[in-house]
Structure formats: C-alpha cells, structure tokens
Design a protein around this ligand. Structure first.
Ligand SMILES: Cc1ncc(COP(=O)(O)O)c(C=O)c1O
Ligand SMILES: N[C@@H](CCCC[NH3+])C(=O)O
Length: 428
C-alpha cells in the first residue's frame, strides 16, 4: 500500500460500475439509508493505517503510539485503537472520559495541553495515567499541589518548544518560539531542576509537538537533535529520562503531497538517539491525522446548482459547520461524485454549504457534472472533520458510520433539533 493515499487512491474506497464503494458498501445506498451530511469511515482503512505504526513497534519494541484523540474522538474509533494496543494522547477531561469509556489502558494515556484545569488534573491522577505533558511552570506548580492533596505521584514530561520550523500552515505550526505551546527548550534544564525538588512529582520524560500536516522528515530530524542536546544537558545534572515523546504531526495526502512514511520519520529519530547513546529510552509518538485522515469521507447531497455570471455553485447540505478545514486553513479536500459517468457535461463549480457566511465553502473550482439530488463525497475527512464540527446556524451535527466489509454501523446518531435546544432556558 502506498504511504497514506487519499480515500479514492486506497483499496478501501473504490469505484465499481461507476458507483463509489467504501469496502463492500455502496455510498449511494449508505447515503439513502442514513441521510446526509454523513461521515463514513472504513474499519479496514483504520487497521491498515495502524499497521504503518505497528511495523515501527515491531521493529524498535520500546515504542508507544498514543493516538491523538482530538483528530477523531468517536468512541467506536477509539475502541478500535484500544483493541489494536494503542495508547492515547488527550488534551481535556472530556477526552480522558472518552478514552476510558472506549477501553483505553490508563497506563498508556498521556495528557497534553496548555490549560489543564484542576478537575481535569484530579480526574487524570485518579485514573492513573502514564504521564502529564507539562507546558508551563504554573501548570507544574498546580499539578504538584493537586497530586499532594490526593496523595498521589504525578509522572511528568516537560513539553519543550524546540523553535523548529515545521514548514506547515502557520495556523497549525506549534514548535516556533512565538507559539503558546511548551516551554523554551533553552530554559528546560532549570524547570526540570525545579520539578526534581517537588514532592509528588516524578520526572519521566521529555515531550514536543512541532506542528501538523508536516510532509518532510527534516523538521523531525532537527527536533531530535535539539532533544538530544537537552538529554545531554540533563544527564550532566543527574537527570535521566525514561522516554522521549516526539509528538505527532506527520502529514497525509490530500491532493499531491507525498508525505514521509511514519517508519521513515522514526528511523531517522531512532538513528540519532542510538548514536547519541539513548537507544534504550522509550519513544512515544502522538499521531492523529496520519492514522485517521484518510480513513473517512464526508457525504453530502446537492440541493441546488446555481449558475451565475461569475461562478457556478453546487450548494450542498454539508457546510463549514460540518467540515471547517477549508474555511479555517484554506485546506484542499478532493471531491468525488458518488455516481460517475453521467451523461451531463462536467462544469467548473464551487462546492458551498447553506450557511450565511461567504467563507462557507468546501471546495473551489472543481470539474464535476452535478445536478440536484446527486451525492458528492469530500475526501480525506477522517481527521479534524467531525471533531471540529459545530451547530452553527442551528444545524444538527452529522451522523457517523463505520463500514466493516458489507456491514454499516451507526457509530454516532444524527443530532436532532430537540437535542440542540434541550439545554437552553427561556427567561422573561
Ligand atoms: C500535542 C499534540 N499531539 C499530537 C497532535 C496530533 O497531530 P497530528 O494530527 O498532526 O498527528 C496534536 C495536534 O496537532 C497535538 O497538539
Ligand atoms: N485541526 C487542524 C490541525 C491542528 C491539530 C491540533 N494541534 C487541522 O484540521 O488540520
């Protein structure tokens, strides 16, 4: 299998007699049965993407993959990863609850995030998670205090900011000095020394995450060099770490990107660690997008085709509230017709939603033959799709389906208008 192909380039999403299939299920039939907008994921694709990481675990043994829950946090998806032996990278008490409910081993959960609240820290300590990725001195102080109150020991990693350019979209770069994440790597030693002096705190590792949708290996290699320099400086102070967490961030193919394979990235990092004498340290990875981005699609139905002097629009029933990546990052997602080979001529269209914002678009200038009632598919929507969706314009969030061979499982029901209104109270 090619590294991480877009759905239609992968064996799990294919055309048969001009009809798009997810595994053995026709997308047309799924859309008719469950309605649109609809997220559809392939279980076989999920397993194949996991296999790219399992290969790394099999090679290097002391590797823990902590799937970044924020990429796709549906309980059924988390359950699949838990069954495959994955750990989890969480960033909130909510994600902790999801991971535990899905069957996660608490000893494989790591907790990232710059704004952990007291109740979230308490919940994670009570669950017995593997490690807190500490992002500031005040957070370290709070953790030490809460751990003392609960009479527990908190294992910590310091998230350092290596000031490496991940060469990705500025909104999703996290490893630069001006980003809010982590602590300056140049002051890390002094923070470790402070942590050493705190009761109820156990230093176990170092962590970083430099950004997302990174296609090159060089930013990871640069990061490894900086982490090794830090490991050396810590060793000189008598501080020996059990693990190095290189974060997530590997990109996927949305269009013509050819991202590095996970194993290629890890090979470079491991080579450097081994050469520097840190070959027996556990390596932690926090992949999100590269595990789930290309396991899923968003299915939408064309409501109207509107031809204007300047542009032709296919107005569909999915919108920026369902998939915000195009609006937020100008992100490109492939668009496919569920039924190919129609008689109608192709034209250049923008795929837009019904929301009252000019930024409500899903794709621009695509060659498609479209008419009212057609189903379209937005590709590569498995990561940061549903999890970033909202109910803007009082639009119930989409349903989610997991396909397994010829079986379709509803893994999230479509929201109802009643559910949307249920928490509000009218006052005079
Ligand atoms: C701390 C942390 N770890 C892991 C990830 C997962 O990143 P990606 O989905 O790019 O692999 C993110 C999101 O960028 C993150 O913020
Ligand atoms: N949400 C972003 C990436 C940022 C990930 C969170 N650190 C995306 O859709 O590409």
């Amino acid at each position: 299998m090619n590294t991480l192909p877009t759905p239609v380039g992968s064996p799990f999403f294919h055309y048969q007699d001009n009809q798009l299939f997810v595994e053995n299920c026709s997308v047309n039939d799924i859309a008719k049965e469950f309605g649109t907008p609809l997220y559809v994921y392939s279980k076989a694709a999920l397993k194949a993407h996991w296999q790219l990481y399992q290969q790394i675990i099999d090679t290097y043994k002391k590797v823990l993959v902590c799937y970044a829950v924020k990429a796709n946090s549906n309980l059924a998806i988390l359950h699949q990863f838990a069954q495959l032996g994955s750990g989890f990278d969480i960033v909130s008490g909510g994600e902790l609850a999801r991971a535990l409910k899905a069957g996660a081993d608490p000893q494989k959960i790591i907790f990232s995030g710059v704004g952990k609240q007291t109740w979230e820290i308490e919940a994670a300590l009570n669950a017995g998670i593997k490690c807190f990725n500490i992002e500031s001195i005040p957070e370290l102080d709070l953790l030490a205090m809460v751990a003392q109150q609960l009479n527990k020991t908190a294992a910590i990693s310091l998230r350092v900011n290596p000031d490496v350019d991940a060469k990705t979209h500025p909104y999703i770069s996290t490893g630069l000095k001006e980003n809010k994440f982590g602590v300056d790597i140049n002051v890390a030693v002094s923070i470790y020394k402070k942590a050493q002096s705190l009761a109820n705190i156990e230093i176990v590792g170092v962590d970083c995450h430099i950004g997302s949708q990174i296609t090159k290996i060089s930013p990871f290699a640069d990061t490894a060099d900086k982490l090794i320099a830090l490991l050396d400086a810590l060793k000189a102070e008598g501080i020996v770490l059990k693990h190095v967490d290189i974060g997530g961030g590997l990109g996927i193919t949305y269009t013509d990107e050819r991202p590095a394979k996970p194993v290629e990235m890890v090979n470079i990092v491991m080579q450097k660690l081994i050469q520097a004498g840190y070959g027996d340290v556990e390596l932690i990875l926090e992949p999100g997008r590269s595990l789930v981005g290309n396991i899923g699609i968003l299915v939408a139905q064309v409501q109207f085709v509107k031809d204007t002097e300047a542009k032709n629009f296919a107005i569909v029933d999915a919108a920026m509230n369902d998939l915000i990546r195009p609006t937020l990052y100008d992100a490109y997602h492939g668009v496919l017709a569920v039924q190919e080979g129609k008689d109608k001529a192709k034209q250049t269209v923008d795929i837009v939603g019904p929301i009252c914002e000019s930024g409500d678009w899903l794709a621009k200038d695509r060659q498609l033959a479209v008419e009212r009632g057609d189903y379209l598919v937005i590709e590569s929507a498995g990561a940061y799709g549903f999890t970033m969706s909202s109910q803007y314009n009082t639009r119930p969030r989409a349903a989610e389906i997991l396909v397994d061979g010829d079986q379709c499982h509803v893994i999230r029901e479509r929201e109802t208008i009643e559910q949307l209104l249920a928490l509000e109270h009218i006052v005079d």
